[in-house]
Design a protein around this ligand. Sequence first.
Ligand code: ADP
Length: 548
Amino acid sequence: MSQQPHTSADAAAAVRQDFLHSFLLDPARHSPDAPAVVESPGAGRTTVTSYAQLTALTSQFADALTALDLEPGARVILEADAGAEAIALLLACSQAGLVFVPVSPQTPRPRLDLLLETVRPALHVQELNGSRSDLPRPLGTARFGPGGLTVERAPETGPPRRRTPCPTDPAYIIFTSGTTGRPKGVVMSHRAVVAFYRGMLAHGIAGPGDRIASTSPLQFDFSLLNIGLALGSGAAVVPVPPSLVRWPRHLLRVLRETGATQVNGVPSIWRQVLRHEPRRLAALTGLRGVLFCGEEFPLPELRHLQELLPAARIVNCYGATESMACSFADVPNPLPEGTERLSIGVAHPGAEILLVGADGRVIVEPGVPGEIHLRSPALFSGYWDDPEATAATLVPDPLCPQSGQRVLRSGDLAVRRPDGTYAFAGRTDSQVQINGNRVELGEVERRLADHPAATAAAALPLPLPGGGLQLAAFVVLAEDAPPAGAGDLRAFCAESLPSYMVPQEIRLVDRLPVTAHGKVDRAALAAQAAEDAGAAPDTADAAAGGAR
Ligand code: ADP
């Protein structure tokens, strides 16, 4: 059969577009001299990496990775904070057909060991000044910096069994909290993440000239959303160092010095800024956009933000790691009086939300709560090494189970509003968001119950007096156990859980109240805590609502 060279070249180019690196570094999307990454390494200093420099660094890293002769699909642990080099490295993994697994340098060692055991990576990469040592063989180890990638110890692997990366291969694995006490690895393919980026970019949230501050650490997929939004729009990403995000003055300084035009982050990054630095925030007249994700934005704080940034477009981004996100809805400015819940809009182009009742019935009437099921080309491939959890989340299409098509069962409740958009209405399970971080209460409870002095534990979110939620736990100690206090239990949690999963408050109790069904009565615990704090009863309802 004769081949049309231009047709096959076009076809090959189109396939290449479905890889993370080729999509984000597509020369058609940016001008080579435009800034791709803008950083603030210290007060009064900014560094700019252009698209041409980012592309060159990516290729340099990719060459070093390719020289290791690993097979497509081999995993690389990327233990770093976001920055131009870390971004180049994750793009280089994509270019070399390898799967990156972003991990925070603050990860407690037992948790890192668990991840290494679980994903059996070929290579661990950290920054030049990274402090991780004594990593077990056959894992290879390397360090990266502005000068390139230095392999300290080559991975001990067999000859590659495959050679050709496919867009259906995993691009990355993001670990989130897991109900069973083990973190859950969300495996996302190139094809899915690129489909998500295409749907997101259709919203026209950013354009060339924008500088998008990303306040999420690299190990959360929100940072990958931000990188995709920036690079996919020909704009620049401004990674804010995680240590500065919670310090209003530092955060505002970084935004000012880097010329940020948009800030993406979980709603809680704004709390201290609104309280302590409203004038400095209002002075940032170059800020044209805010995108938040991860949890509901408390409405009084949102109104305050709108007052201070009256010209900013504020976007409510809803969704879960399992599809990177689902929807982007503009928040009306000003928020109409009487608004009780924000709209999450409708699914991004190419995807569709379906609500399903507890009886399995598809809900078509407005106002009736149902569980969000998402049909989308951007769904994750499955949970790493967990077919059971995968089957419970990627379920047959409720409208046509015969088709073999899977949709994402989200665990989120929503109602359809008369205008066809959706409003978020809580969770069906005990997953909660604490400052935008996803926490399975079961994972925290298991860790607490592993303490030699504990016999039972219940975790739940409790409202903080100044707004927001904190993670609290109630623990029953064995009578004959050596004495242990709340501090010991917290330290025990911190040994193996990331800091956002360590309960800020631990109360020792004689017993845990139970419901008529014999389950731990979290509502009663929340009510008790509210009573102790002298809070109004509706605060207890709010706390229990997140932990049904
Ligand atoms: P992401 O990293 O994409 O924010 P996670 O996987 O950490 O998501 O958490 C997903 C969960 O967070 C959702 O299932 C939902 O319960 C909650 N969530 C995310 N975004 C929003 C939002 N805009 N409004 C309300 N809840 C949200």
